[in-house]
Design a protein around this ligand. Structure first.
Ligand code: ZN
Ligand code: ZN
Length: 390
C-alpha cells in the first residue's frame, strides 16, 4: 500500500513564536512560518483495521488542490507557501471520492461497496465551537491531507460520519468513473458553497455576482451563483485558458485584470458598467490576492453588498471602511465546508445536473504518477488536475 507524502523540516522562522499548542500537537498553525524544504515522496500507508465507527476507503479519484501545490512550492528561503494548519510528514490529497471496502462494527449507514465523498475537515463535535455549531472552527481540528493521511493513496481510514454517499452522481453521469470524478469535486464546491451561502447567506435571485480568481473554487462559485439565480456572473482571471473554462461553467463575462489595466480600466469599472451603476451584490475572493482584489471590491459594492473571503494569503489587505459604512456592506471570512447541509446540497445540485463542474478537469494521472500530477498543477495551466485510481 502506497501513498504520496509531503515531508518537511520543522524549522520555525527567526522571530516566529512556537505556541504551546504547536509544541504539544506537532501541528504548525502558520505552516509557511515553520515547514522548510518540503519534498514529495511515495511512502507506505499504515494498514490498521478501521475503528468501530470508521470505514476503510479505496480512493477512486482525487483532485490536486492549490494547497497541495503550495505544500510543494517554496519561497526564496525554502519555506513552503501554504500558510495554514499542517502536520508533516503526511500523505496528501483531500478532494476525493472512493469506495467503502471495510466498515467498523458500529458503522450504521454505510456498506461495503458504497461510493462516497468525504469532508476534509475532521471536526471533533465536542469542543466549544463545535458544540455551538461552528464545525469549521473546531479547536481540535484535523484535516485530511494536511494533518492526517489523505487520499493520494490506495487506501485510507476515515470516520463514517464524514462520508457522504454519491450513488446519485453515478446515476446522473452514467458511469461509476464519471460519478467518482464528480464526487471528487464536491469538496472544493462545498468550500465555495460554505462561503457564499452559509457564511455570507447568499444573494437574492436576480443579484449580480463577481468572482475574483477562477481556480477550482472560483469555477465552483460561478456555477453555484448561476444555479442560485444570479442575473449576471462576472469573473476576473489572469490565465486565458482558465477564462475560457470560466465561461464553460457559467460566467457571463470573464475579464483579465492585467488587460483591463493596460486598457486604462479595472474590475470595479467593469462591474459598475455591468450593473448599470448599482454594484455587485456578492463578490467572491477566490484568488488569494486580497491586497489587489479588496480595493477593487470595495469600489464595486452594491447597497447591502457582500464580500466573502475564501482565497487564502498570509498578508494584509488595505480597506477603505468608509465605503462599507456608506453602502451598508459586509465582509465575511470563510473556511471549510462542514455542517449546515452543505455537502448534501452540493451533491443534490450535481445529481440534478444544475451544477456540472466536470469540464474543469483538464488533466488526469494514475496514482503512481501523483507527484507528476502535483508538478503539472503547479504550472497553473489546468482547470483541475485529477488523480484516478483504477
Ligand atoms: Zn483543497
Ligand atoms: Zn471541535
Amino acid at each position: 500500500m502506497k501513498g504520496l507524502a509531503v515531508e518537511a523540516a520543522w524549522e520555525p522562522r527567526a522571530g516566529y513564536r512556537v505556541s504551546e499548542f504547536e509544541r504539544r500537537t506537532g501541528k504548525a498553525v502558520t505552516g509557511n512560518s515553520v515547514w522548510r524544504h518540503p519534498k514529495l515522496r511515495f511512502v507506505d500507508v499504515a494498514e490498521g483495521p478501521p475503528g468501530p465507527k470508521e470505514v476503510r476507503l479505496r480512493p477512486r479519484a482525487c483532485g490536486v488542490c492549490g494547497s497541495d501545490v503550495h505544500f510543494y512550492e517554496t519561497d526564496p528561503d525554502g519555506y513552503m507557501l501554504y500558510p495554514g494548519l499542517t502536520k508533516f510528514p503526511t500523505i496528501i490529497g483531500h478532494e476525493f471520492s472512493g469506495e467503502v471496502v471495510e466498515a467498523g462494527p458500529e458503522v450504521q449507514d454505510l456498506r461495503v461497496g458504497d461510493p462516497v465523498t468525504v469532508e476534509e475537515m475532521i471536526w471533533c463535535g465536542e469542543c466549544v465551537p463545535c458544540r455551538n455549531g461552528w464545525p469549521n472552527q473546531c479547536l481540535n481540528l484535523e484535516e485530511i491531507g494536511f494533518t492526517i493521511p489523505g487520499a493520494m493513496a490506495d487506501q485510507l481510514v476515515v470516520g463514517a460520519k464524514y462520508c457522504w454517499p454519491i450513488g446519485a452522481l453515478m446515476k446522473t453521469y452514467g458511469t461509476a468513473e464519471a460519478g467518482f470524478e464528480a464526487g471528487a469535486l464536491c469538496e472544493p464546491t462545498s468550500v465555495a458553497y460554505n462561503g457564499m451561502f452559509v457564511r455570507a447567506e447568499g444573494f437574492k435571485p436576480g443579484g449580480i455576482v463577481a468572482v475574483y480568481g477562477t481556480g477550482p473554487i472560483g469555477f465552483a462559485a460561478i456555477a453555484l451563483a448561476r444555479a442560485a439565480g444570479a442575473s449576471k456572473v462576472v469573473a476576473f482571471e489572469v490565465s486565458p485558458f482558465r477564462r475560457e473554462l470560466a465561461k464553460k461553467v457559467g460566467a457571463d463575462e470573464v475579464h483579465s485584470p492585467v488587460e483591463l489595466e493596460k486598457a486604462g480600466s479595472s474590475p470595479h469599472e467593469v462591474l459598475m458598467d455591468a450593473s448599470h451603476g448599482a454594484g455587485a451584490d456578492l463578490q467572491v475572493e477566490a484568488a488569494g490576492a486580497m491586497n489587489r482584489t479588496v480595493p477593487e471590491m470595495e469600489q464595486a459594492l452594491a447597497i447591502g453588498g457582500k464580500i466573502v473571503i475564501i482565497g487564502r494569503a498570509a498578508e494584509r489587505a488595505p480597506m477603505y471602511l468608509e465605503s462599507f459604512q456608506t453602502h451598508a456592506a459586509q465582509v465575511y471570512g470563510a473556511q471549510g465546508h462542514s455542517g449546515y447541509g452543505t455537502f448534501q446540497n452540493v451533491i443534490r445540485l450535481m445529481a440534478s445536473g444544475r451544477v456540472d463542474l466536470r469540464p474543469i478537469i483538464t488533466s488526469r494521472y494514475p496514482l503512481a504518477q501523483a507527484n507528476a500530477a502535483v508538478e503539472k498543477a503547479s504550472k497553473r495551466q489546468d482547470g483541475k488536475v485529477m488523480i484516478k485510481m483504477a
